[in-house]
Write a protein of this length. Structure first.
Length: 424
């Protein structure tokens, strides 16, 4: 048991390795993981200071959960670790988190009901329609990318390719008008990346964050109201009509789902595409191996793209009662933060985790969460988009040279803001 376990949260000593400050998250992924590797090697969990916050708070700190097996344990026991008290590493009022995260801050059985409601809208007909739209969009986006690439002008892989498919998918699925798509896409990206100085200073972040939330939430509630009056053959109409055990989603709830879909469903797939393509360019033999039998091999490759990218760095839970994880006593109400970025480089769970390997199998990564009730609802959609986009990209694009990526400064998203690309 850790020597600090008996201390109260207010007097417990913080770990010597500081993973809370913005300076830590400004380091590259591999350098950060050298610190996480030290934390994984520690007995039990480690206690850390709360990060600098743009909302007033009285949080004393958090337990860092860095090992794959411990994240799985917490994820699969919502009766011991609740989502309802907040899921953010950054100190943020529950009143702010709840409307911006929809059912991510719910526990079973409430979470189960809402998950069933959303899932019921994805009928086989809707899924076939979505797949057809994604296939068409992927071909069109690669056409546009190749035109940009051959123009001789500087081309940014993120702007020209990886950011386009997820937002078009979301827009087509729920029926966002073309004139509104750029504004919605920016709001989604900015919410995920609001800790980056390019979007807002520390003093401005609370207002900036809530402004982007308002744009997304307003777009969802407005669209829901219009679909109630004028149903169409799209996902939003299906969500409006969805019913489970006599319960339907309100316009406010649909607005909250819109925030979740547009932000989580957009940025995560975008980042996996960017990181995955960079890894293939850096490992040309693996690209060749994949292309030798693309249909049979892309499934495993997508899992490695997600593991390698780990686009979502963490989520938090709070202990419901006094309990124990890895020999560390966790008191009721204390925050535990599950660092998926660390779990996906855990040598005890994965062979040679610092090596990019699309032949990896098994691949029990935590890129879609640690399992349990909150396993990513949109995992199937992300996999479908990545599979169809990489088919177009790898079978049609010529050899390219990538410049140095510019990364998002964030403790939540492992993101690439820009990545120059040119013909080889």
């Amino acid at each position: 048991m850790n020597p600090t376990d008996s201390a109260s949260a207010a007097t417990r000593r913080y770990h010597r390795l500081d993973i809370s400050q913005p300076a830590f998250w400004a380091r590259d992924f591999r350098t950060r993981d050298e610190v996480f590797a030290q934390l994984r090697a520690e007995p039990g969990l480690t206690w850390h200071a709360p990060p600098p916050a743009f909302f007033p708070h009285d949080e004393p700190g958090f337990w860092a959960v860095t090992r794959h097996r411990d994240i799985a344990q917490i994820s699969r026991h919502p009766e011991l670790f609740t989502s309802s008290l907040g899921i953010s590493l950054d100190p943020m009022p529950v009143e702010v988190q709840r409307p911006t995260t929809f059912f991510l801050m719910m526990d079973p059985p409430q979470h189960t009901r809402y998950r069933r409601l959303i899932s019921s809208a994805f009928t086989p007909k809707q899924v076939r329609r979505i797949e057809s739209q994604i296939r068409d969009n992927a071909a069109e986006i690669v056409d546009e990318f190749l035109t940009d690439l051959r123009s001789g002008q500087p081309t940014d892989f993120v702007d020209s390719l990886s950011r386009k498919l997820p937002m078009r998918t979301v827009s087509d699925m729920i029926g966002i008008e073309r004139s509104d798509r750029e504004g919605v896409a920016y709001a989604a990206e900015a919410m995920f990346s609001s800790s980056d100085e390019e979007y807002a200073s520390l003093e401005e972040r609370a207002t900036f964050f809530m402004t982007q939330f308002g744009i997304l939430h307003g777009a969802g509630t407005d669209l829901a109201q219009r679909r109630r009056q004028d149903p169409r053959d799209d996902l939003m109409s299906a969500i409006v009509e969805a019913e489970v055990d006599g319960h339907r989603l309100t316009d406010e709830e649909i607005g909250a789902f819109m925030v979740l879909l547009a932000s989580a469903g957009n940025d995560t797939t975008k980042q996996t595409t960017s990181h995955g393509f960079k890894a293939l360019v850096d490992h040309p033999a693996q690209r060749e191996w994949l292309l030798e039998d693309f249909d049979a091999r892309i499934g495993g490759a997508v899992e490695e793209f997600v593991r390698w990218a780990t686009p979502v760095i963490h989520f938090a839970r709070h202990a419901v009662t006094d309990t124990e994880v890895a020999g560390t006593r966790i008191r009721a109400g204390e925050k535990v933060v599950m660092f998926y970025c660390s779990a996906n480089r855990d040598e005890t769970a994965l062979d040679a985790p610092h090596i990019f390997d699309i032949t990896r199998g098994p691949n029990p990564h935590s890129g879609f969460g640690g399992g349990g009730a909150h396993f990513c609802l949109g995992a199937w959609l992300a996999r479908m988009q990545i599979r169809l986009l990489f088919h177009e990209l790898l079978t049609r694009a010529p050899e390219v040279v990538l410049g140095e990526p510019e990364y998002v400064h964030s403790d939540f998203v492992h993101g690439i803001k820009r990545m120059p690309v040119r013909l080889a």
